[in-house]
Design a protein around this ligand. Structure first.
Ligand SMILES: Cc1cc2nc3c(=O)[nH]c(=O)nc-3n(C[C@H](O)[C@H](O)[C@H](O)COP(=O)(O)OP(=O)(O)OC[C@H]3O[C@@H](n4cnc5c(N)ncnc54)[C@H](O)[C@@H]3O)c2cc1C
Length: 326
């Protein structure tokens, strides 16, 4: 068993947790930041590292991976201690301190806890016909676009991710086909229209009925949902973009006030437990919108409102990072 102490414990190294780590460092505190994933960056790293993001203040466009690198660089200035691959399992919160115990037997004691657990742990919705083909040509996210270069790529799904990836693959793949079980798409109509103009092939309403090949997938059998007609497409790469199943896991058992798998927070981001704050996608309050820009603001609110508990001599307002006095 390992024991650690920090001024502030941050559960979740997604974009909100990384920004909270920066802000806590800026306030002069030590932090332990834990995440059950092996890499920092939360949903961005796991699901859309190569996508451009257009609504982060100050960046007309920034690639997911680059935003995470910059958030990490900003936080790392204050040397947070990362525990990656560790899940926060138990919480003990009192007026004196907070204690987190992890699934790999680490106990961390802090003066405040900020929960930035996002949507919790998430796993992709499986492709029923593809169970044996994971890592043998079947993937659920595009984390390395080059891996699909020159291949016949079949994308399964009709949401924004499916269409984004179709566009991303088009210049690099030998062919791109989108297979969707309905005629209507959840993705933006303009993305579908543009994809058709680019020559991306659409198969609707079809479902994938089998994947075939030797070591790696070589072709995909699809069946028309109404007529039963079977078509076989060449495919060395199949990307199943069918959404994901999320679970906030142990956090639900910590005695927090929870509404629809989200933690209820007050305007200062405090929760119903002493010394416990929350920020980012995991929170709910009237008017909440689960976006990156909100998460950053909430992280700053949570950290600064924890200040009187972490360092009683400090006020809530941190002063300006630019050093300008007002
Ligand atoms: C495909 C896609 C595209 C998107 N595009 C945009 C966009 O263009 N603009 C925008 O503003 N938003 C976008 N979003 C939403 C945005 O990604 C989220 O709002 C953001 O990631 C929330 O950050 P977070 O840090 O609060 O949570 P998350 O990113 O979910 O990170 C939470 C982290 O906490 C960890 N965790 C959870 N429970 C525990 C535990 N018990 N112990 C340890 N670790 C734990 C998880 O493993 C995870 O890494 C998009 C989301 C998706 C899926």
């Amino acid at each position: 068993m390992k024991e650690l102490t920090a001024d502030v414990i941050i559960v979740g190294a997604g974009p909100t947790g990384l920004y909270a780590a920066y802000y806590a460092g800026f306030r002069g505190w030590t932090t332990v930041v834990l995440d059950n994933l092996p890499e920092a960056g939360g949903q961005i790293t796991a699901m859309y590292p190569e996508k451009e993001i257009y609504d982060v203040a100050g960046f007309p466009s920034i690639r997911g991976r680059v935003l995470v690198d910059e958030l990490k660089a900003q936080a790392d200035e204050f040397e947070p201690q990362y525990l990656l691959g560790s899940q926060a399992k138990e919480l003990e919160a009192s007026d004196e301190h907070v204690i987190i115990r992890t699934d790999d037997d680490i106990t961390i004691t802090g003066r405040a806890l900020i929960i930035t657990g996002g949507i919790g742990s998430f796993r992709p919705r499986p492709l029923p016909a593809g169970q044996e083909w994971e890592n043998r040509g079947l993937s659920f996210f595009v984390t390395d676009p080059q891996a699909h270069d020159g291949k016949d790529v079949v994308i399964v799904g009709g949401g924004d991710s499916a269409l984004d990836w179709a566009h991303m693959m088009h210049p690099r793949a030998n062919s791109v086909s989108v297979v969707h079980r309905r005629d209507q798409f959840r993705a933006h109509g303009s993305m579908v229209d543009q994809a058709r103009k680019l020559g991306i092939a659409f198969y609707t309403p079809y479902e994938v009925t089998s994947l075939r090949g030797d070591d790696n997938v070589a072709e995909v059998e699809i069946t028309h949902k109404k007529s039963g007609e079977v078509t076989v497409l060449p495919a060395q790469s199949v990307i199943a973009a069918l959404g994901f199943i999320a679970n906030i896991g142990p956090i639900a058992d910590w005695g927090l006030e929870i509404e629809k798998r989200r933690i209820v927070v007050a305007p200062d981001m405090s929760t119903n437990l002493p010394r416990v704050f929350a920020a980012g996608d995991i929170t709910t309050y009237r008017g909440k919108v689960p976006l990156l820009s909100l998460g950053f603001g909430e992280a700053a609110l949570a950290v600064n409102n924890a200040a009187p508990l972490v360092s009683p001599e400090l006020g809530v307002f941190p002063g300006h990072s630019s050093g300008e006095s007002n």
